[in-house]
Design a protein around this ligand. Sequence first.
Ligand code: MF3
Ligand code: CO
Length: 255
Amino acid sequence: MIKKKKASEIEKMRVAGAVVGNCLRELAAWIEPGKTTTLEMDKKADELVRSYGAIPSFKNYNGYPNSVCIAVNEEVVHGIPGGRVLMPGDVVGIDLGAIVDGWHGDSAITVLVDDCGSNEARKLLQVTRDALYKGIEQARPGKRLSDIGHAVQEYVEDAGFSVVRDLVGHGIGRNMHEDPYVPNYGRPGKGIRLEEGMVLAIEPMVNIGGYEVETLADGWTVVTADGSLSAHFEHTVAIRRDGPDILTLPKSKEA
Ligand code: MF3
Ligand code: CO
């Protein structure tokens, strides 16, 4: 069942979303190349989220042990923080969720450590971010659910990369994961009709090589099957009468 949100509820989700947006930006800027470990990122993420009076939503979710997911290079998503040191040129996905007043925000970015790396890695990040916005553009009343995934897939494949099939975006609200699933691929014009008040987490995962992925023995970390680099961007997006409304944009801390 898809739970549509009232305007007042969307504003509450925007508060949670802004916490996530701000924390992601602060976390990325906090990385010291060649020094920071992914476990230190987790501690910092947990502290940052709580400093806003919010609760990190991933911690203990289905047994997930940490407050943030860090996916490095060939890791796609759900990387568990540990002792790995982030090195210049690493492709680092940072996925974070927070709860404020019972409402969820969920967003992810991918960054290049020390802002250096191969041209291919740079292109991967740009294509994945742009693909997210292609999907977001479809999140408006009258469109159908698969129009989102179709727009993402077409953009990514035109750029020569592939879209992960095994993991999808999702509805979000008082729960992190609600109906419907939001695939990043598919034919246009299929699935439910999008309506005002639906809120979706749209989250393309893009691989330089094939779309196939595997899960490591830790039960969480998803990696590309061929070892190619992967990137992930995510926003929580409300469908409004006028079109998409991104709820996970950063906002300055004043008042
Ligand atoms: N952004 C991820 C998702 O939408 C976060 C879930 S990670 C988990 O599925 F650890 F919390 F499961
Ligand atoms: Co999500």
